[in-house]
Design a protein around this ligand. Sequence first.
Ligand code: PLP
Length: 364
Amino acid sequence: MTRSTHALINWSHLRHNYGIAKQLADGEAYAVIKANGYGHGLVACASALSEADGFAVACVDEALALRKAGIQRPILVLQGAYDSEEWQQASEHNLKLVVHHRHQLEQAAAAKLKHKVVCFLKVNSGMNRVGFHLAEVDSTLAYAESLGQIEFECVMSHFATADEPDSPAFKQQLHYMAQRPWHLPFSLCNSAAIFRPRLVEGEFLSDAISRPGIMLYGSSPLQDKNATELGLKPVMSLRAELISIHAMAQGESIGYGGTWQASRETQVGVVAIGYGDGYPRHAPNGTPVWVSGAICPLIGRVSMDMITVDLTDHPNAQIGDTVELWGEHVDVDQVAKLCGTIGYELFCQITPRVRRLAASSEQA
Ligand SMILES: *Cc1c(COP(=O)(O)O)cnc(C)c1O
């Protein structure tokens, strides 16, 4: 028998969540499936979302993996090409590239491109990571035009604080984008921005191609609303098995560092999952763990291959019972918050040791 620790993936929930993104988006929605589909599987996500308007990934390598798997929808590469060879590959495999820096255009000039490459011009509207300032836009477009092989489809930007309610910085970024007339349509919204009003002095900034990511996986992109309130359904259920139950006397402590001490006689449950599977080592005492129908608090430090939970108030639990760390019964965002992180990181940290299984008989 193999270790039962696994991530159960509900593909119909992924499609449901994409439907919500599509409903709220002004135009098309490219499903963001970078970083192995936020840990859910790159090709598997693309296959499950075969009706999506397109996909977005971080790098050309990820895009090529999709093409190799036979995915033919539009694919946008969010960091664009890293060198001339990648421009070549984008041209051969019909990938759309973000252009965020002049050196990328110089690399395009050095490549011998057979076909035109469709590009998104990235504007730095205030996040200050990548992108052109407004003052550089005209000269950049003119230079790209002079190369002859680049066709801009959208002007794109990315928000730093759309997750915060009533964020002034978010409004400033919208203002920045509205400052000049554009002859190109916008691609502005990540998941959080899709849920926010995009009005600048009464004018609506309409998005031609939105880029929803985290919401597709059923984690809330907003600080002020949980996933259920937004109608999102959890896609991944991280599961493991109860492998031991034993009693611990009052006053004894448990796990590395003995960081939790029993204030009463305690029934301890041991679960076959740890940080070696991607369960966060920083999960504190009291983090909710679902054990065959009841929420039981985590006690003691998370080890590499095991965690311990308090089963005292759940006397029916038995060895072999199913445990859920997050998913249908435990909100991933609640676990993330307790660990001082975000759902994105918990999903991405799942290690290869954890098998990914489809939730129902339906095919991805
Ligand atoms: C990752 C990413 C997204 C998706 O963001 P979410 O917060 O997951 O919706 C959108 N746009 C860009 C440029 C990204 O890098």
